[in-house]
Design a protein around this ligand. Structure first.
Ligand SMILES: Nc1ncnc2c1ncn2[C@@H]1O[C@H](COP(=O)(O)OP(=O)(O)OP(=O)(O)O)[C@@H](O)[C@H]1O
Ligand SMILES: [Mg+2]
Length: 233
């Protein structure tokens, strides 16, 4: 569904991604793991057009996305749920959700998608008039997920959703990921929680210093070997 080939990107004179190639299959959950600073978020930004590629290509169903502005990504049914949640703190829960369906073509289905979000995240319904800035970390992550789903994306890109959350909330989050997978969505999940990420994934990529150092079906991954590579033991 999404092919990333020989991608190089970075910030100004500093290059971060070195010839990164990945293949994301339709309806599968692909996880990208790796230590802090490996370039995971940079890769997601490059996929979403938030950073230009200095080399290489991102293709969605055979069509190049190079040069496609980020605001057009909703048109091709791609949504990113960014690291750090990035909810609008001074807006209510419901207003945040409505922003998620801002693009013209999604407005007609606003009410249905709002219902779908509240069904999946009942706590958000209870808190729909509350300011997003006053939510707990777990609730804020659920809001970020629900906002991302408001455009009913086929490809969902999620950056470190479990960061800083209590184990019970992490469980809830992974249940939601499993449900989204069962709905047939294609998911790219960046995670630090390797054990959980490999558990839910179909395919695993490990990144280090801006390069892909391992690509394996999740069922074949040995966590020991993964951790050896991860910590460069
Ligand atoms: N806006 C920026 N300007 C300059 N350098 C940046 C910027 N954002 C990230 N970097 C650098 O790019 C490299 C990769 O960062 P990136 O955020 O992609 O890593 P990551 O794998 O997502 O790490 P983490 O697990 O901590 O989120 C780091 O060396 C970082 O300092
Ligand atoms: Mg990151």
């Amino acid at each position: 569904m999404l092919e990333i080939s020989n991608l190089r990107a970075g910030y100004g004179a500093i290059n971060v991604l070195w010839d990164v190639s990945l293949s994301i299959s339709q309806g599968k959950l692909t996880t990208i793991i790796g230590p802090n600073g490996a370039g995971k978020t940079t890769l997601l930004r490059a996929i979403m057009g938030l950073l230009p590629a200095s080399q290489g290509e991102v293709r969605l169903n055979g069509q190049s996305l190079n040069g496609t502005p980020t605001w057009k990504m909703a048109d091709v049914s791609m949504t990113m749920i960014p690291e750090g949640r990035m909810t609008f703190r001074d807006m209510s829960v419901e207003e945040n959700l409505i922003v998620g369906a801002f693009a013209k073509q999604h407005r007609a289905r606003l009410k249905d998608n709002l219902d779908m979000s509240y069904q999946m995240f009942p706590r958000l319904r209870e808190r729909r008039t509350q300011l997003a800035g006053s939510l707990s970390g777990g609730e804020a992550q659920m809001l970020a997920m629900a906002r991302g789903l408001m455009s009913d994306p086929k490809l969902l890109i999620i950056d470190e959703p479990s960061l800083g959350l209590a184990p019970v909330v992490v469980n809830e989050l992974f249940e939601i990921l499993t449900r989204l997978k069962e709905e047939g969505r294609t998911i790219i999940l960046v995670e630090q929680n390797t054990h959980r990420a490999v558990g839910v994934a179909d395919h695993v990529y490990l990144m280090q210093s801006g390069k892909v150092v391992l690509s394996q079906p999740a069922a074949e991954v040995s966590l020991d070997h993964l951790h050896d590579l991860y910590f460069a033991r």
